[in-house]
Design a protein around this ligand. Structure first.
Ligand code: FPP
Length: 241
């Protein structure tokens, strides 16, 4: 087994981390952003080709208005500040999710960061922003239906490969490893199609306490797993010589 080509992380537990310290939830998000920065650099350094971070879900809009506004400002500031580092680390930035629903300043920062890093050839960093996987699957279905309606596509052309190619994560491959922090064992509408054969790793660590050592342990666990994609062991065993 080789290292994962595509890693997805549900960065959960910022609020609880802060509350445990008697601090406002926003304090946890600030620390969470610092951890994200370290994890991004660590993944790039370890040669991970694609990293998707669940930064803001469609459901997160339901949080108190002030917290939503804070998260938007934090994400915007983070991207502005980090663009230079992304360039230095040859990281190509992209976004999945309903970008149109983001505040205007945020859309501008997102677009600027995408443009500034589009020539980078190292790790692809994907922020899921205002993202929901069911919404993504419905949008892909509609886009394909429209092509059929316009005569650009036959219904018989639609298969798993074509569907994957029309998802917003394309050209990143399916997810190999999904990590969720904070002890919750849910996928929460994150990359449902792309994680069909992923290893799932749930850790009790709250996101602000997550670090490179734990990430390396998770990668070691991943390497020890035998992924058979529904087949039997022998079909996936490498010859010993
Ligand atoms: C979950 O903590 C985290 C989020 C709502 C979004 C993730 C955002 C960050 C890690 C900060 C910014 C990130 C970047 C990449 C700059 P929670 O509030 O759900 O925690 P809780 O479950 O304890 O309430």
């Amino acid at each position: 087994m080789t290292k994962p080509k595509h890693v997805g992380i549900i960065m959960d537990g910022n609020g609880r981390w802060a509350q445990l310290r008697g601090r406002p939830r926003t304090f946890g998000h600030i620390k969470g952003a610092r951890v994200a920065k370290k994890v991004i650099s660590a993944c790039a350094e370890m040669g991970i080709e694609n990293l998707t971070l669940y930064a803001f879900s469609t459901e997160n809009w339901l949080r108190p208005e002030q917290e939503v506004a804070f998260l938007m400002r934090l994400l915007g500031r983070y991207l502005k500040r980090e663009t230079e580092n992304l360039l230095a680390e040859n990281i190509r930035f992209s976004v999945i999710g309903n970008v149109a629903s983001l505040p205007k300043e945020m859309r501008t920062v997102v677009q600027d960061t995408i443009s500034a890093t589009q020539h980078c050839t190292g790790m692809r960093l994907i922020f899921a922003l205002s993202y929901g996987s069911r919404q993504e699957i419905v949008a892909t279905t509609k886009a394909l239906a429209l092509k059929v309606q316009n005569g650009e596509l036959e219904v018989s052309d639609i298969d798993e490969s074509l569907f994957s190619m029309n998802l917003s994560t394309h050209p990143a491959p399916d997810l190999d490893l999904m990590i969720r922090t904070s002890g919750e064992q849910r996928v929460s509408n994150f990359l449902l199609w792309q994680s069909a054969y992923s290893e799932l790793y749930f850790t009790r660590t709250l996101w602000p306490d997550f670090n490179r050592t734990e990430l390396e342990q998770i990668f070691a666990y991943f390497l020890s797993r035998e992924r058979r994609f529904g087949q039997v062991t022998e079909q996936y065993e490498q010859p010993s010589h």
